[in-house]
Design a protein around this ligand. Structure first.
Ligand code: ATP
Ligand code: MG
Length: 246
């Protein structure tokens, strides 16, 4: 489909991201509910002006430091994440020596296998979350998401859970994990519960995080609540600018 919007325009990038997610849905990677979660993300991305805000850059630096200094970091992958940025997930895992674990809200063995295949195709060496023999439950959750890999999320000190549901983030926190997330909605329960929330589209944000991990990071003073307030103010400023030009 030929878009009338120039390729470099943020809107064109959002449309490209949407098409990528729809293709992943057609390929059986993304659940129906994943399409809706994406729509919610798009709405917040629109309010942010579809660009990486200053607060997101700050959170990215803090996240890179935490990941690079973790003992056993794990990246949790769901259908949307696998559909949007499989190559970057593998690059990030390599840069941080993190494990990759597939963990789905709406579990299905077939979808898991498809996600596994896509990650492998993009260079992943080891992918956890598929071998039932290594499954163990974390408490505080009533769905399939409580099943985690004993060598992965279960024993992790730091978990990156992008585009995640609030209950699960809370359960990981209760289990004593440090949690990092990408979430475009600064008001979501996940955004509010995580230790570090990068309020950015994962497609833009993960590239910045990989670059940051490859640098020599220095510890930054970071307060997630304060940074989330800054993200909300950035949305407000963007809306004010738009209103003044309307
Ligand atoms: P919560 O359970 O944390 O309160 P929610 O129920 O509103 O959140 P979920 O579907 O559980 O939403 O989680 C998906 C989250 O991912 C949403 O907050 C959505 O804004 C965000 N999101 C969707 N697509 C992207 C994306 N491409 N990049 C970053 N965040 C995204
Ligand atoms: Mg939710």
């Amino acid at each position: 489909m030929k878009s009338p919007i120039p390729k470099s325009h943020p809107r064109a990038q959002s449309l490209y991201i949407r098409e990528k997610l729809v293709a992943a849905f057609d390929d059986g990677l993304v659940a129906k509910e994943g399409l809706m979660a994406h729509g919610r993300g798009e709405a917040f991305d629109y309010l942010l002006g579809e660009k990486t805000a200053r607060s997101a850059k700050k959170a990215t630096k803090a996240a890179a430091f935490m990941l690079m200094h973790a003992q056993n970091p794990v990246i949790s992958v769901n259908g949307n994440v696998a559909g949007l940025c499989p190559k970057e997930i593998v690059q990030l895992a390599k840069a941080t020596e993190a494990k990759i674990e597939v963990n789905l809200f709406y579990s299905s063995e077939e979808r898991k296998r498809k996600i596994h295949r896509v990650l492998k195709k993009n260079g992943a060496v080891q992918i956890l979350g598929l071998n039932k023999k290594n499954s163990i439950r974390i408490s505080g959750l009533d769905s399939a998401r409580r099943i985690v890999d004993v060598n992965g999320i279960y024993s992790a000190d730091v978990v990156l859970v992008p585009l995640e549901d609030g209950d699960r983030t809370q359960a990981l926190k209760n289990a004593g994990k440090k949690v990092i997330t990408f979430d475009l909605n600064p008001l979501s329960r996940t955004a509010q519960t995580a230790d570090i929330t990068i309020v950015d589209n994962i497609v833009r944000g993960i590239r910045n995080l990989i670059l940051e991990c490859r640098k020599n990071q220095s510890k930054v003073k970071f307060d997630n609540k304060k940074n989330l307030s800054d993200a909300i103010l950035e949305i407000r400023d963007n809306l004010t600018r738009k209103a003044n030009h309307a």
